[in-house]
Design a protein around this ligand. Structure first.
Ligand SMILES: NC(=O)c1ccc[n+]([C@@H]2O[C@H](COP(=O)([O-])OP(=O)(O)OC[C@H]3O[C@@H](n4cnc5c(N)ncnc54)[C@H](O)[C@@H]3O)[C@@H](O)[C@H]2O)c1
Length: 367
């Protein structure tokens, strides 16, 4: 057997994709390389039973290819569940570009990336994620039709972030109703971690509702901008998890609910936009449940963005986008109640519904 003659480090090398912890029966993983533009990207297609795999492209200076690979595997899986639970005919996919969006992103690189997307013939459809702008999608659109989230002037639906934030706001209200008995967030202490595209819009919704909002971000400029625009406080301490708050809204990157943070968290509700907030779903979801912290599953409440870009594909208008996004409130409440009745984590309750829809469609497709 090959593993008898090589050490564990080598095994990691010979089992680079299917052997990853985050690998969960993904259909296809595509590595894209172009020396001329400096493109190093990975496209993950998790599942296409319900439709083409739609999911944004993230550009991030990953510390290693392993980190990038695991991110794309986790993110694409989440997209499958997001599309399924939202009732959309979409599969799950995602792409990551390894690099610093501020210094390494060029139109040439984005165009080359678009060409790789095109080779998949529509099995994967891209959009923006962290490190991407609507204008980047416009560049991708020059070489492939398999892109959404392009600007309105180019016939697209524009930036999906405000709708994502509105969906998160709806999910947060449902979680508040479940935990506190009222959906109104007036005077609730809400901490928003990461005030980028989505975080800022969420702050706006929360301020309009009268919530007591505090913000954190690694980017000082963003902090100043959002703080002065909405009159919210900036957190200057060194460990926000220890702070007294009602609701924690992770809107930066994933895995912030992990071994280091989980027992510190004082919030009674967690509801935010970031994908894959639970570092290890089974472990950290269970601890939250045991601690009585209500976790609104990320892929459920941050689905506003995908609804928005789906509208671009299906040609439905703003009203229907809003209706579908507002429905996140009902679905969240239903799932939180389901989880309670069944004695399972909210994450599992949500995944079960998503998986059942896919299973049903697979059965129908095979008839
Ligand atoms: N944009 C969308 O429509 C959309 C849809 C669904 C999910 N999401 C997810 O929501 C999250 C935010 O997306 P976005 O589009 O606003 O991204 P963004 O890049 O515009 O904003 C992210 C912000 O988080 C900050 N940040 C990074 N690490 C941080 C840390 N450790 N602590 C505090 N702040 C930190 C960054 O400085 C930045 O301001 C991402 O996880 C993304 O995948 C976004």
């Amino acid at each position: 057997m090959i593993s008898d003659v090589i050490n564990a480090h080598e095994i990691k090398k010979v089992d680079p994709v299917f052997g990853q912890l985050s690998f969960d029966d993904h259909e296809q993983v595509v590595f894209c390389n172009d020396k001329d533009t400096g493109l190093n990207a990975i496209i993950g297609i998790h599942n296409t039973v319900l439709g083409p795999a739609l999911g944004g492209t993230r550009m991030w200076p990953y510390n290693s290819e392993w980190e990038a690979l695991n991110d794309v595997l986790r993110l694409s899986r989440g997209m499958t569940f997001k599309g399924a639970i939202t009732g959309l005919n979409l599969g799950g996919g995602k792409a990551v570009i390894i690099g610093d969006a501020k210094t390494q992103k060029t139109p040439q690189l984005m165009r080359r990336f678009g060409e790789f997307v095109h080779t998949l013939g529509g099995k994967y459809i891209t959009a923006e994620d962290v490190g991407m702008e609507t204008t980047d999608m416009d560049v991708v659109r020059e070489v492939t039709p398999y892109v959404t989230g392009i600007s309105e002037s180019n016939g697209g639906a524009g930036n999906p972030s405000p709708i994502t934030a509105y969906g998160v706001f709806m999910g947060m209200k449902a979680a508040a109703k479940f935990k506190f008995g009222s959906e109104f967030l007036e005077d609730k202490k809400v901490w928003v971690q990461g005030v980028g595209h989505v975080g800022e819009s969420l702050v706006e919704n929360l301020v309009n509702e009268g919530a007591d909002v505090k913000i954190t971000d690694l980017n000082e400029e963003r902090l100043q901008e959002v703080s002065s625009k909405y009159g919210v406080g900036i957190y200057r301490g060194h460990d926000m998890y220890l702070e007294d708050m009602d609701i924690y809204a992770p809107c930066a990157l994933g895995a912030t609910i992990n071994d280091d943070t989980i027992y510190k968290i004082k919030a009674k509700v967690i509801a935010g936009a970031a994908n894959n907030q639970l570092a290890i779903e089974d472990i950290h979801g269970k601890i939250l449940k045991e601690r009585g912290i209500v976790y609104a599953p990320d892929f459920l409440i941050n689905a506003g963005g995908i609804i928005h870009v789906y509208a671009e594909l299906e040609n439905f208008g703003k009203q229907e986008i809003i209706r579908k996004t507002e429905n996140i409130y009902n679905t969240t409440l239903e799932i939180l109640e389901n989880a309670k009745t069944m004695g399972i984590t909210t994450q599992h309750a949500a995944i079960n519904i998503a998986k059942n829809r896919i299973k049903k469609r697979k059965k129908e497709n095979s008839k």
